[in-house]
Design a binder for this molecule. Structure first.
Ligand SMILES: N[C@@H](CCC(=O)N[C@@H](CS)C(=O)NCC(=O)O)C(=O)O
Length: 205
């Protein structure tokens, strides 16, 4: 059976778990990371030398890096649905997965840590800069979602497993935001999905 290591308040674990839930896979999940420890044990480091979560073990195939886990599970279990088979359609959404990690996540992490996990611990200038960058990133997302129900178009695909948890975090970090109708409509639709109802309901911690 598929095994997943990672605490559920981690955005990267949520991304992997969104794919697992969307695919309806049987799995066992073990809390790991931060207050749960585990990630520094020799056994865990053997699986994941980065000492980070998530990590999966799929019948002996061990994998880490959340977006790669999402891609692997989608390709294995859902070609033509979560995993578009047409190379252009796939690349069109795949880039947004890399974008989430390279461009959206850094300012969002600054805001999340600075306003939720350790309020007041970061210099105000750093928070302000992150807010500005975040506004630019969210404007890109707003445009991408214009006329698209999901990130790839009419159908929910693997990229939505990655953007969903990021939006959940963005929507719940306490700061003033300009209204973004497409993003808000998308987030509402996302939160109607059984996977999101199961995974994205805990308060941010
Ligand atoms: N690029 C990695 C990043 C993994 C990562 O940084 N995970 C964080 C949680 S979101 C972590 O393990 N933090 C340390 C901990 O939880 O102990 C991925 O996408 O899987």
């Amino acid at each position: 059976m598929l095994k997943v290591w990672g605490r559920l308040n981690s955005i990267n674990v949520q991304k992997a778990m969104m794919a697992v839930e969307e695919l309806g896979l049987a799995y066992e999940r073990f809390d790991a990371g931060m207050q749960f420890g585990v990630t520094k044990t020799p056994e865990y480091l053997k699986m994941n030398p980065n000492s980070r979560v998530p990590t999966i073990d799929d019948d002996g195939f061990v994998l880490w890096e959340s977006n790669v886990i999402v891609r692997y599970l989608a390709a294995k279990h859902s070609p033509g649905a979560l995993w578009p088979v047409d190379p252009k359609a796939r690349a069109d959404i795949d880039r947004w997965m890399d974008w989430q990690q390279s461009h959206l996540n850094p300012p969002l992490t600054t805001l999340f840590w600075g306003l939720v996990r350790e309020p007041g611990a970061r210099p105000a200038a750093e928070i302000e800069a992150a807010k500005k960058t975040m506004a630019q990133m969210m404007a890109m997302l707003e445009e991408r979602l214009d006329g698209r129900r999901w990130m790839g178009g009419d159908a929910f695909t693997m990229v939505d497993c990655v953007i969903g948890p990021a939006l959940h975090r963005w929507s719940n970090v306490p700061f003033e935001r300009a209204p973004l109708p497409n993003v808000e409509r998308y987030y509402k639709a996302m939160m109607q999905r059984p996977s999101a109802k199961k995974l994205l309901t805990l308060p941010l911690t």
